[in-house]
Design a protein around this ligand. Sequence first.
Ligand code: NAI
Ligand code: MG
Length: 492
Amino acid sequence: MAELDKPQREVGVPGDWTYASAPESREIVHISDRYGYFVGGEWLEPAETYETIAPRDEEPLATVGQATAEDVGRAVAAARNAYADGWSSLPGSERAKYLFRIARVLQERSREFAVLESLNGGKPIKESRDVDLPLAAAHFFYYAGWADKLEYASPNRRPRPVGVAAQIIPWNFPLLMLAWKIAPALAAGNTVVLKPAETTPLTALLFCDVVRQAELPPGVVNIVTGDGRTGAELVSHPDVNKIAFTGSTEVGKAIQKTLAGTGKRLTLELGGKAANIIFDDAPLDQAVEGIVNGIYFNQGHVCCAGSRLLVEESIYETVVSKLKRRMRTLRVGDPLDKNTDVGAINSKQQLDKIGSLVQAGIDEGAEIYQPPCKLPERGYWFVPTVFTNVAQSYRIAQEEIFGPVLSVLTFRTPDEAIEKANNTPYGLSAGVWTEKGSRILAMAQRLKAGVVWANTYNRFDPASPFGGYKESGFGREGGRHGLGPYVALDDA
Ligand code: NAI
Ligand code: MG
């Protein structure tokens, strides 16, 4: 244990094994000074604008539009025209060709997109390169495969598209959430207006160039930028048939109120406070990797993050000491450095939220550990943090922090683990680590979570449905289930 508390060695000291910096070049991607709205295949000039920045150093990257009700109206009209003008009646096999093209162009341009994603959002390049981009392309490939098979998936019914979909996405996986939303909508013959989050508009705007390269008919995909006001205009627009939202539970509830009685379709993918449960027979070194991946991946800006660690009491000391040792090896810093494990916090607002919840944890009496760590001077940063001695009632055990902060609790029996895991308003995901297959199945059945990972964490596949219970929202994205919200079924 004493080993743990020695300060880290300085870079450049003889015998030091720290990696030298290995920055990815940002030259590969061209960023325009100013972006408008992509509507009907053309760029509309914005009247109101704001600056989007790089969270690693607050460098301004581009000027983007804050779309008004009028701009939103134009985008919805363009989507409606494209819908009526042929897209909705195109044979599925033809729609599939466009989706395959988009997937291939994303693969070809993946390095460019990965750099832009890390620059604008703050996530480590190794994650945008190895996770976000391959998965985004995979979603388009996957749903391309469904476009001509909707009839087989709905026996004795006639599937048809729903109409114009309004899609509002968050800043934690900007391009990947775009892919989750756009791919199934288009596969089923809908057209879309998508609004990226205000802090991370740039990969969605670059995606417009992919749409152009794929020669998608104008108006099938429209992108408007802006903050929550633009999102609210989109939600309340009368000519929108379906809303897909990923973001905070607070805004999800507001959207549900706005839509009550309108007959518009809605899916909500909201927050989470997942339990990652470690039994005493689990392979502990792998479990520790899973804990780290569960909470420090993407700076903890993950709705399904394993933010509550439940450890069987008999292995508590061992797990916590292994975890702390592993945390000391995490490299926090420049998102464009290929060796970085934990990048920048997405925004000042999010950094403040994390800071205030961590302070609440300290005030309530939890014990905090942060590895020694040199943070860059500019930009938004938070040291990977673990809290022990956490009671169920503490805010850090109840509220979504959406940052690199883990709360550790213990349990003695599987019943107690289930009771604690389910004791939250959320129900998005959970993890179980044990050698016993039967125990995995028994736990998975009793955990109220949309996704339960066994002996792994944060694994995604386009063929696997994802979504929550309770305050984590409703509806599923991914897999055949993900098509449901975009398909209306008539009697055959
Ligand atoms: P947010 O829910 O305000 O933003 C998500 C998206 O919704 C953005 O595109 C935003 O512009 C839009 N939006 C905001 N207000 C809207 C409204 N009234 N009508 C329609 N669209 C609206 O989330 P925010 O403020 O960025 O983050 C706050 C907290 O929410 C985070 O700390 C985290 O706990 C949670 N969150 C959860 C996410 C998830 O993946 N489930 C993603 C982002 C945030
Ligand atoms: Mg908000």
